[in-house]
Design a binder for this molecule. Sequence first.
Ligand SMILES: [Zn+2]
Ligand SMILES: [Zn+2]
Length: 282
Amino acid sequence: MVLNSEQKIELFDCHVHPDFSLDASGTIEEYCEKALQIGLKGICFTSHYDIDPGRKEIDAFMRVKGRITPLSQETVEIYLEEIEKAKSEYESSGLKVKTGLEIDYSPHIEKQLREDLLKLKLDYVLGAVHCLEHIAITSSEEAYFYFERKSAEKLCEEYYTNLLSGIKSGLFNAVAHLDGFKKYALDYYGEKLLETERKWIEPVLREIKNNQIGIELNTGWFRKGKRRFFPDEHILKLANEAGIKLAALGSDAHRVDELGLGLIDAANYIDENKLQFEPFLT
Ligand SMILES: [Zn+2]
Ligand SMILES: [Zn+2]
């Protein structure tokens, strides 16, 4: 796919998982080459940063030079150094390369996250809620263990309570896939989930506004062949009415061939609907 360079909105993919994440493939250099090939203005790497002690055996790793290594400040620094190297290597070609992490937020790890992030030199922190009660509700392999035990009301309450606390923490530059819990939950609970969710949207948007952080327009499902955004169009509209600006576009690529997928659609959608867009990374 070649991106159309006539977009009014510049295509900067701010949600990319290189092979440092265990669930991803493709080196930083391979991603940068691909970014040039498809005409992106920039790329921000956002490896998973998952430190929940309750999931230590599952998540707390990074792949460093092909080896699975426990997540630590040292491993993250190796990752960041590699991005910094790419930053200078690609400068002359005009491609902007940025350092970032996608942190998995939960209130019980907020203190640790704060301490860890203070030590790292990052251009961008993407905040996400992937797990409830230590179960990855955004993973097709784990989500149903959670759904089977919970009502739609409980799911929305637990997801949005965690997200609200994350927004108030001040740790995020932008909220990743704001309603990402709906990935598998919408099929499981059906359309009534949208009704149940409704009362949470207004307080979440209010806190985003109060804390002056942005929302990512995530096109992660385009790589699964589904043409839908996170957050969904209803929430995007309400956010815009509330004066909240979109801060980033993100493909959530986990493989090199997924880089930039859906970003043209996202940029067109922003244009057509006159959504406020103020990129955090430029
Ligand atoms: Zn995510
Ligand atoms: Zn991601």
